[in-house]
Write a protein that binds this ligand. Structure first.
Ligand SMILES: C[S@@+](CC[C@H](N)C(=O)[O-])C[C@H]1O[C@@H](n2cnc3c(N)ncnc32)[C@H](O)[C@@H]1O
Length: 224
């Protein structure tokens, strides 16, 4: 799953999301002069995008990444991002209270209490989940009817410490080239719902056109 994700993301298919994330980080009051923890950073694609954006602005963005998967963190380390990386859980973050300016979570589990603990007062949480139309061109090959993923927003919206400031919808279309189609399937939870026959059919497609739709929510931590 992690290797598929890395190959697919390196193909640039989710560049519009990466751009929206780097812009949102730069728009925070401290801009790229802050420290940021990517919770569930996977193999480090978004950390690398942030590092590159900060470098082009000559900014001293301090990057930290955490993931429960040792294999993912190993791949992230190979990106040589000048970031501090750790294998640990989003439910037990090995950082001091109030030590992070911005937390990022892209399609990863989030623990509101633990995230609030490590964030500075007035710190930001950028949370990305799937929008309604995300990958409907892929799911049309799997389900009779598209079943959108609910994302992890509910736990945050119910939490008094996080104040939703803005929601940015990133929506466009992509055409995925043959060999990348199986990588796309493998990196999503839909993989577990496909039969061997469906996987073979998808693998045989020369191209797959699909909407991609992300919701990027910007929360601010309020005092507690
Ligand atoms: C769908 S992947 C997203 C990875 C990365 N954010 C991206 O978008 O490329 C979810 C990630 O969450 C990690 N993960 C799952 N449970 C976790 C936990 N309890 N704490 C930290 N990371 C976790 C997985 O190892 C995986 O890398």
């Amino acid at each position: 799953m992690i290797k598929s994700r890395q190959r697919f993301l390196n193909g640039g298919y989710y560049q519009p999301l990466a751009d929206a994330i780097t812009t949102a980080v730069n728009n925070c009051p401290l801009g790229f002069g802050q420290n940021l923890l990517d919770i569930g950073c996977g193999e480090g694609y978004y950390l690398e995008q942030l590092r590159n954006a900060a470098k082009s602005s000559n900014a001293s963005l301090k990057l930290l990444g955490l993931d429960i998967s040792k294999a993912a963190v190993r791949l992230a380390a190979k990106r040589k991002l000048d970031a501090q990386l750790v294998v640990d859980s989003a439910y037990k973050i090995p950082l001091f209270d109030n030590s992070i300016d911005t937390a990022l979570s892209v399609f990863s589990p989030i623990c509101p209490e633990e995230t609030a603990r490590i964030l500075s007062t007035d710190g930001f949480l950028l949370m990305v989940g799937p929008g309604e139309e995300h990958l409907t061109g892929l799911t049309a090959h799997i389900y009779e009817q598209h079943q959108p993923h609910s994302g992890n927003f509910k736990v945050l919206d119910e939490h008094p410490v996080f104040d939703l400031k803005e929601q940015i919808d990133v929506k466009t279309g992509i055409t995925v080239k043959g060999p990348d189609i199986l990588d796309l399937l493998t990196m999503t939870p839909y993989y577990w719902h496909t039969s061997a026959e469906q996987q073979e059919k998808l693998a045989a497609l020369p191209l797959l056109t699909t909407p991609i739709h992300f919701s990027l929510r910007i929360y601010q931590r309020t005092p507690f």
